[in-house]
Design a protein around this ligand. Structure first.
Ligand SMILES: NC(=O)C1=CN([C@@H]2O[C@H](COP(=O)(O)OP(=O)(O)OC[C@H]3O[C@@H](n4cnc5c(N)ncnc54)[C@H](OP(=O)(O)O)[C@@H]3O)[C@@H](O)[C@H]2O)C=CC1
Ligand SMILES: O=C1O[C@H](COP(=O)(O)O)[C@@H](O)[C@H](O)[C@H]1O
Length: 594
């Protein structure tokens, strides 16, 4: 029996058994009979070694899951609230997000709103497939695409199939898995502000759910001006009446404090805070998740994590392409809103927060809010801005920002910014936290660089000459590409003399781990399905983040601050060096060492 049960779980996706999600007319009891039959297993007997590998793997995952399991304070499943009545959370009898071996009575319906769009194609459907491929999705699930574009189910599947890929380290049954996944994908065309269209979606979802307890996840992959319409229609017409309903909201969450508060207020007319999952995909990146592990599970780092030993911290984001195709969106936001106020600030908060009481989502988010509230709002003098201009190199010409036909010719929107931030608390008083973000630069990279203080009374001072900066230890977390954590240390060059150099203690992920690193959207989608909120932005965090940037953004817009022009493909405006120098800092990425 164990074997059969296990078979149903592990090979659910490969089984020939009919699922109401795929064949809605099949009754539930027929399904249970069908999927528990031994033919399912015997038809797959040739897969035995694959099977045992998966048994081990899934047991390992379960152990991990139990080890890090997070529960709400009252022990109830978090967020088990139908949207319609806004009632308080109550325990669900059948919620089993990761079913034990065998049949489950719950069903997960994921609706990707804006399914015809860029993000859905590029990230969301591939992430859902990756989760399915790795057996992270519950046994019973369906995916619905929703948008205005007219499409059949088959056309949606065709569109999605072009962007699905299998893990390069695990290619078993890839094609079969893709086909099984696509069979669970459906499409409903509708307007974003039409309650009737969402009601029709609701009927289709119900049919697929086949009477099971249903949990529903809506992913709003749409422009922000239609967020509230969709939430209103989805909440009133298509939320689950038996399980939870959650909504993932993509950035931008407003463009300043007022608009962000207004958005929150509107969303809260239809959803509770617990139902809103504000996504910042940088929080789903492997090395960002590892930041807390590095800090809090290694004795060697945490004691150094303060103004006593750290001279400055740098958060660097650069892209080697411009706004190609997204100029229309970008011009209304600019790099400060697009990258700094969210991605870089979120990482900063995780970097600088005090140790949370536990791994519970609220404990981490409480600490992040505290650190954000301890920061000084940015002023004009703390920032420099730039905009890329056209440039020719090697016979090829690269367009400037204002050459984009969707961007006004007189736009002063920054495509580059550098900023110095300070945290007014006992741990970080006086330590510059520098941020730098830019498009159309010479490289694509995102990293955190921690520069330590000079060694007091360094015995080997004379071996470094006058430039002691060259001897400072630097810890680098390279988020992408080629994930790595390395520490620059001073080392004696082997030989009879006494020559020192700076070398790296290097944890390069690709050489240390054979597994492919999951995409950030995979982790975040899985967390939303599991009701794990730690990596999503709470409304008070968002508000604190906007409080830091809004006065600066307003002043820049009022004064029409002209950005310094920099050539496409360059290292950015010189102003960034002056800003750093003002705080006695050198950008770690521009030393020529790496
Ligand atoms: N693309 C990316 O890399 C990233 C995107 N985001 C955010 O994710 C969300 C989705 O992004 P993306 O997929 O690029 O967006 P798109 O511009 O591709 O829009 C998604 C879908 O929304 C519908 N849509 C577009 N414009 C309008 C409009 N003015 N009114 C009504 N419907 C419209 C279209 O579907 P249809 O016409 O079929 O209804 C479109 O396919 C946005 O909030 C964006 O800021 C965040 C990070 C990265
Ligand atoms: O949110 C955004 O992020 C992307 C960069 O994401 P990455 O994971 O590829 O580093 C950026 O290009 C885009 O402008 C911004 O909106």
């Amino acid at each position: 029996a164990d074997k059969d049960d296990g078979d149903q779980f592990f090979f659910g996706g490969l089984s020939k058994a009919k699922d109401p999600a795929v064949e809605p007319n099949i009754e539930a009891n027929k399904l249970s009979h069908c999927s528990s039959s031994s033919t399912t297993f015997s038809s797959l007997h040739h897969e035995t070694s694959y099977f045992s590998k998966w048994v081990t793997e899934i047991h390992f995952r379960r152990q991990l899951r139990n080890h890090f399991e997070l529960k709400s304070a009252n022990g109830f499943p978090l967020n088990a609230v139908p949207m319609q009545d806004g009632s308080v959370a109550k325990p669900l009898e059948e919620e089993v997000p990761f079913p034990e071996f065998g049949e489950t009575k719950s069903m997960l319906s994921i609706t990707v709103v804006g399914a015809s769009g860029d993000l859905a194609k590029k990230k969301i459907f591939p992430a859902l497939f990756a989760l399915y491929y790795e057996d992270w999705l519950p046994e019973n699930f369906v995916v619905y695409g929703y948008a205005r574009t007219k499409m059949t189910d088959e056309e949606l599947r065709n569109m999605i199939s072009k962007t699905l890929t299998c893990r390069i380290d695990r290619r078993e049954n890839c094609q079969a898995k893709m086909e099984e996944f696509l069979k669970r994908c459906f499409y409903h065309s509708g307007q974003y502000n039409s309650p009737e269209d969402f009601l029709e979606l609701n009927c289709k979802l119900k049919e697929r759910e086949g009477g099971k307890l249903s949990n529903r996840l809506f992913y709003l992959s749409i422009p922000p001006n239609i967020f509230v319409d969709v939430v209103r229609c989805a909440s009133t017409k298509a939320s689950s009446t038996t399980g939870w309903t959650r909504v993932i909201v993509e950035k931008p969450f407003g463009r300043d404090s007022e608009s962000s508060r207004e958005l929150t207020k509107c969303l809260m007319q239809y959803l509770t805070e617990d139902q809103i999952f504000r996504i910042d995909h940088y929080l789903g990146k492997e090395l960002v998740e590892n930041l807390s592990v590095l800090r809090f599970s290694n004795l060697v780092f945490e004691p150094l994590w303060s103004r006593n030993y750290i001279r400055n911290v740098q958060f660097i984001f650069s892209e080697d392409f411009g706004t190609e195709g997204r100029g229309g969106y970008f011009d209304n936001y600019g790099i400060i809103r697009d990258i700094m106020q969210n991605h870089l600030l979120q990482i900063l908060a995780l970097f600088a927060m005090e140790t949370p009481v536990s791994l519970d989502a609220e404990d981490t988010r409480n600490e992040k809010v505290k650190v954000l509230k301890s920061m000084k709002p940015l002023q004009l003098e703390d920032v420099i801005v730039g905009q890329y201009k056209g440039h020719s190199k090697g016979g090829k010409s690269y367009p400037g920002y204002i050459d984009d036909p969707t961007v006004p010719k007189d736009s002063v929107t920054p495509t580059f910014a550098a900023a110095a931030l300070f945290i007014n608390n006992a741990r970080w008083d006086g330590v510059p936290f520098l941020m730098k973000a830019g498009k159309a630069l010479h490289t694509k990279r995102a990293e955190i660089r921690v520069q330590f203080r000079h060694v007091p009374g360094n015995l080997y001072k004379r071996n470094f000459g006058t430039d002691l900066d060259k001897a400072t230890n630097e810890l680098v977390l390279r988020l992408q590409p080629d994930e790595a954590i390395y520490l620059k240390v001073n080392n004696k060059v082997p030989g009879l003399g006494m020559r020192l150099d700076r070398s790296d203690l290097n944890l390069l992920y690709r050489t240390r781990y054979t597994r492919e690193i999951p995409d950030a959207y995979e982790r975040l989608l899985l967390d939303a399905i599991e009701g794990e909120r730690r990596l999503f932005i709470r409304s008070d965090e968002l508000d604190a983040a906007w409080t830091l940037f809004t006065p600066l953004l307003k002043e820049m817009e009022e004064k029409k601050i002209m950005p310094e022009l920099y050539p496409y493909g360059s290292r950015g405006p010189v102003g960034a060096h002056y800003l750093a120098a003002k705080h006695d800092v050198r950008w770690g990425d521009l030393t020529g060492e790496d």
